[in-house]
Structures are given as C-alpha cells and as structure tokens.
Write a protein that binds this ligand. Sequence first.
Ligand SMILES: [Mg+2]
Length: 359
Amino acid sequence: MRIIAHVDMDAFYAAVEERYNPDLRGKPVVVGADPKGGQGRGVVTAASYAARKYGIRSALPISRAWRLAEAARRRGEPETIFVRGNRDLYVAVSGRIMAFLAESAETFEEASIDEAYLDLSSLDSFEAAAERARSLKLELVQREGLTCSVGIGPNKLVAKIASGFTKPDGLTVVRPEDVQGFLDPLPIRTIPGVGPKTEGLLHERGIRSVRDLRAVERLTLVDWFGRWGDDLFAKAQGISDSPVSNEWEAKTIGEQETFEEDTLDASFVLERARGLAREVFERLGRQGFRAFRTVTVTVRFENFTTRSRSHTEREPLEAEAALYASAVRLLQPFFDQRENPKQRMIRLIGVRVEKLVRA
Ligand SMILES: [Mg+2]
C-alpha cells in the first residue's frame, strides 16, 4: 500500500514576509511588482489570506490588485501592504524546511520552493501517516513560525489535490476506498494540469466536475486532447503511479521581464534580453547543466497578444554569448514587418532554454 503526503506551505512568500516583519502580521500583504498607485506593471507573486479576502490572488496584474485594495480601504477595511519581495530570504527559509522534511520520510521530493511530497508508505497505515503529518505541521510552526497544509492519499495526484482541499493549516486524508467519492464533486480545475484552456474546452461540452469527466470515454478524451486526454482519463479516476523522487530535472529554464513602459526601441529591448540571457545562463549552471539546444523568446505586445519563437540547434550550445546571439536573432522579427506588421509596442519579453544537457 502506498501512502503519500503532499506538504504545501500556506501563502508562502506572504507568510515569510509576515514572519520577518511583525508590522505586517495579520494584515493584507501582497508580494509582487511595485503597484505605483495603480499604474504599476507586472503581477502579484503571492497574497496573504487577509489580502485574498479582497479578491487578490497570485498572477493577478498588480494594477488590478491595487484597485481591489483601494476598494477595500474605501469600505473601511484594513489597508493592504504591498512589498516587493525578498527572494533570497524565501530560498533560505525554503532550504531549511526542505531539509527538515527530507529527514522526516524515507523518500522525499521537493516539488517547488514551497511544496514537497513525502512517501510515508513504511508507516503502514493512514492513521499513522496522519499522526506524522500532525507532528510535522506542529514542528514547522515551532521552527519557522509558518503553517502548511498537508494532503495524504494513495498517490501523488490525490495527495496534491487533498492538500489544496482545506487551506490554510489543513490536513486532509483520503483513503484508497474514498478516492472517487472525494474527487467526484470537485471542479475539473482542481486536477493538476487542467488550466484555463482545458477547462474552457470541457465546459463547452458541459463537463464541470470530476464526476462529469469520469463519465467520458477514454477514446473520446484522446480524440479531444491527444495524449493529454489519456492522462486526463487516468486523473479523473484518481490514478497516478508516478514515484516520489528527488531526481526531478528542470526541463526548461527561463526568465521574463515586464518593461516599465511599452516600447519598440530595439536597442533597449535587446539590452534587456542580454540581462535575461545572463540570468538564464547562470541558473542553468546552478542547476547542474552545461548546455542547451533550444532557445525560445516570448514577446507580449501592448494589446496583450503573446507570441513565441523558438530555434533548436543540432549541436548543444554552451556559452552565454551563444544564448544571447540566438535570442537576438529570434527577437529581431518582432521589430519589423515580419512579426509585427502593425508596429505594436512591446510590453514584456522572455528568454528560455530547453533540451538541456547535464554538466
Ligand atoms: Mg503554497
């Protein structure tokens, strides 16, 4: 019998901010770009639960978050505090949490800066696993002053969905015999990997809950979604056999930047691309890779249409200069008729590398 736990820190960046800055405690806190009185660009990275009550969520444009915060303030609710964030601090806190979690289970997998899977199968019962989870939660509060939500299930998929089920400070245990009953009423969006696009396509077909999805034939899903349809079919049944393993490898490394002002100044944009290429190349090295074969650039125009161009080399590229040169070649058409016939201003660019080669 497999028993997997998924640990997800609650509103991690915002919680760390509150922890290290007592003035913020309990207040609506938004980590992200500078809102500049509603004129700011970029997005919300994280929102505390108090800020979420105002409808502020991560990935929301910061200008929209500012307007929601203002509306709340005018209603007489507490003022929202916007902070730019301190990534070094989050990484340091995460490192301590992950080291602690890694000791607490035979097999451990760091899934992101604030999420991990633990394989607790050796405890032999869901009761014992729940007990372990309760003591982990307590210890994390004592050590770091941070709460997390834990989901326990017979596989990673169910554990992950369960950890999101009661937040913050939740513990949800889903035994094998309860998997289908637990999943069925949930909206399809709760299935990991179902984004707005898949959700939209399913909604058009009247499929809203996992139960609706489970009633669809596998071949029908394959017909609609190709190979992803196969995955989706398994997920709707709560089936997943992916192991808990820390040998996960980054498949892509990328950075992007939203400009302070929309621009079509090629020398400015290419200079920013140089900075992004440098950051991407440094991260590549830090994550244990030495080369890459694919370079992709993304451009978002003033009207928010987003386009990507990609190039794959036959031989791996090993130098920052090669990455930058490739990014420049891919970006050039966005300044002229080829990719930008209406001469739209550029709002954001991104640079990423794929098909990575281990050092
Ligand atoms: Mg989290």
